[in-house]
Design a protein around this ligand. Structure first.
Ligand code: SF4
Length: 354
């Protein structure tokens, strides 16, 4: 059963797989790594343009390692999960200092790089060096759980071990790159999360889930995703042509990105209640200001959080000192990287309300 699974998959890859991606067949470990980091938690359609931008701006690991952090963050802007970008830059610098600019070529050394886990290490090791390491991502979990009818939860320790062992057993000798690519593509275009193409599936004759009518119930997960709601009130304060921003340094979302003066509340509140709050009074004290307008709700969905942001446009009567924030010329805003919510707000030209 295992052998026929692998053979059918490779056969499909050879004759039926039309999934196009700019990095497909790529052998350069730097480019493979870049694509894998960009694609973590990002759809291929969105990641594609970013991948091309990065390759254009930083064609080698040396050029990426030498780039100023702010420039790399700006290029990353809109992709989210900025820890990935920070780790990517750290890993590029690690490759230059520890490995003289040569991308490491063993699974363990690849995995020792910042931000690289078992999945990415297996992808690079197999695609670039054809090393025998099976990838295990959401697509692989889904395909294997359905084809072999395995209901061990994929987010349990036992499940991870079971699937990792099976994935490794299925890997054909000397064909790691082709096999890994096939199973990921197969999960993305045929054995999809919703409405898998079972009727035309080239693996249907051996698929246990299809036989038992269980495809819709697999894979199994133990934990339900809990999504937290957060309410951000951005005070877009301007004095003449200066605007107040800061860099987010806390261990939280959007680390290293910039933002306007922020007050967060656990529930939605209106502007009057916000003005009366201790947080607002602590920031503004006896600073005289005018409120020029309030935006609608800007919603950004992250994996575990929904961020609701409102922008309150304000002008100060005298130049204020706001602790933790800097006043920058408005025309310099382009030099800073902001989270998507703020760039969406800026793109809509909302600052022109001033
Ligand atoms: S028959 Fe359906 S469930 Fe089974 S591998 Fe094919 S697409 Fe997936």
């Amino acid at each position: 059963m295992k052998e026929s699974f692998t053979n059918a998959l490779l056969e499909w890859n050879q004759n039926g797989n039309t999934r196009a991606m700019p990095w497909k067949g790529e052998k350069d470990p730097y480019r493979i790594w870049l694509s894998e980091i960009i694609l973590q938690q990002t759809r291929v359609e969105q990641g594609w343009a970013y991948y091309e931008k990065f390759i254009l701006n930083y064609p080698t690991v040396q050029s990426l390692a030498a780039a100023p952090e702010e420039a790399v963050f700006r290029l990353w802007q809109g992709l989210g999960y900025y820890a990935r970008c920070k780790n990517m830059l750290a890993a590029a610098r690690q490759i230059v200092t520890q490995y003289h600019g040569h991308f490491p070529n063993t699974y363990d050394t690849i995995q020792s790089l910042k931000g690289i886990g078992p999945y990415t290490a297996a992808a690079i090791a197999s695609f670039a060096f054809n090393l025998p390491h099976a990838v295990l991502d959401g697509n692989v979990f889904r395909v294997l759980s359905r084809y072999f009818d395995i209901d061990t939860p994929i987010d349990s320790t036992a499940g991870k071990k079971q699937f990792a062992e099976l994935a490794q057993e299925l890997l054909p000798h000397g064909q790691s790159a082709a096999y890994n690519q096939s199973i990921m593509d197969f999960g993305a275009v045929i054995c999809k999360p919703q409405q898998p193409s079972c009727t035309t599936c080239p693996l249907s004759s051996g698929c246990k889930a299809l036989k038992l009518g269980l495809a819709g119930l697999l894979p199994v997960k133990t934990k339900k995703l809990v999504i937290k709601k957060r309410y951000f009130h951005y005070l877009v304060l301007r004095y003449k042509k200066l605007i107040y921003i800061r860099k987010r340094t806390e261990n939280d979302i959007w680390q290293n990105l910039h933002e306007f003066i922020l007050i967060e509340t656990p529930e939605p509140v209106d502007t009057a209640s916000l003005q009366a709050s201790a947080g607002f009074r602590e920031i503004f004290g006896d600073i005289r200001y005018n409120i020029d307008g309030t935006s609608a709700d800007f919603k950004q969905q992250l994996t575990h959080q929904t961020i609701h942001s409102r922008f309150i446009l304000m002008t100060a009567a005298q130049k204020p000192e706001i602790q933790g924030y800097m006043a920058i010329p408005e025309q310099d805003m382009d030099n800073y990287a902001f989270p998507k919510t703020i760039t969406d707000f800026l793109k809509k030209g909302k600052l022109s309300l001033f």
